[in-house]
Design a protein around this ligand. Sequence first.
Ligand code: SF4
Length: 447
Amino acid sequence: MQIRVDPAFLKLDLFCRGIRMDPSCQVEADGGREILRTRAGLGSGLELILPGQLWVNVPVTEAFAHASPYELRKADGRYAVYRDGQVLCPVRLAPRPAWYDRRAASGRLLRQIGTLQGTYLAIYAGRICDFWRPRTGQPHRMNCRFCSVGLNLGNDDAASKTEDDILEVVHAAWRESGVTYVDFNTGHDAGEAALDTLDPIIRRVKAETPLFAGVQAPPHRDLSRYDRLKAMGVNRISFCFELFDEKRFREVCPGKHAHYGLARYLEAIEYCAGLSKNHRFSLSPWVVNGEIIAGLEDPRSSMAAIDWMTARGTIPTVCVFRPLVGTDYAERPPPQTSDLVPVFRRLYEACMERGLPIGLAPHLRVSLVLLPEECRTLLDEPGRFRSGERRLRLQSRALGLAYRVRHAYYRARACVVPAARIPSPRQRRRNAAGLKFLFLWKGAKPR
Ligand code: SF4
């Protein structure tokens, strides 16, 4: 196949083939991010910035990456991707934040509490996913076969994190790395307490910072919990059902199949999509995502999932299957790029045909997936959606301006009131209850 130096195609090809590292590369010494196995079941690669500001997390440690036609080399102090000995394009290393090496008040390293993925902060907030714990009377773990979360926690990712730990990282990432979005991810919690754990954290994030916040967690039995999340200012809710083909869902995600079933994921997506009015643009966005993995089912099934989601006003997140070291699927081959191009092409087309609000969040670059708006150049006719793209650009500017105003307000407030002295919503409720009691008690005093 002829190589096209289209950054979108290159990002996809790098997901599927990985990259070899020439000995000239000194990633950490040159200010790049080390390879961390944290949080994301499909992450754990080298973070690079391709031309066109496309951030990508490239596989390097997996066996297939050792046979990649791509190579990362450094010459004259600059990094570039090579293919067959020829320079393909210059790249930059994603900058490693200084706060990665600091410790929280609890003594935990900040990078073990939360990490940057692309330009956003990702935090695996709860305890280890219960599908990774062997259960009595059950000979096998029920974890999703591609997933590495159970291998990460307690290693690069701290096994337990307090609310204060998490807020310390959020503040550091906001002030020092300029993140605009924080994503909270949880696995299966047998007691369905994942959202209870996240509630107070999200309230504090929203009270103390201007950040957009998102939650990725299995579907809760009580769907009204999503009304609560929306009311507290959550901007994104994501459900990872991974596979639209029910048979493959059963095989690849035995725990999810046994405890939730594909239908419950789809029901939760429909419910959450129904919470936004006609999916209109808003300065306090509520975006619903369904996440699938391309490369573990027939591409036609992935495209059917994309059409199902976009028809309901939700935006698909499409990951590329990566056979991570140590996982049950470590020996499987990665997908072929040519099989996935039509899937990502359809992703952009379907979002644009439905007028969905893609690519609006300010300063948000995602390295783990190819975002819908990044797939435009994969189309045969990229100019097809010109008027829709104009509308998105205007909306993006409006949202960016609103964010900058909020950011300035929170920065100014932080100079006057240190974060530690901003009362949490719980403290505010307690203070209000205390005042009420005082007034009642005073009123009841004999004259
Ligand atoms: S639910 Fe599946 S993908 Fe998510 S953390 Fe648990 S095992 Fe991994």
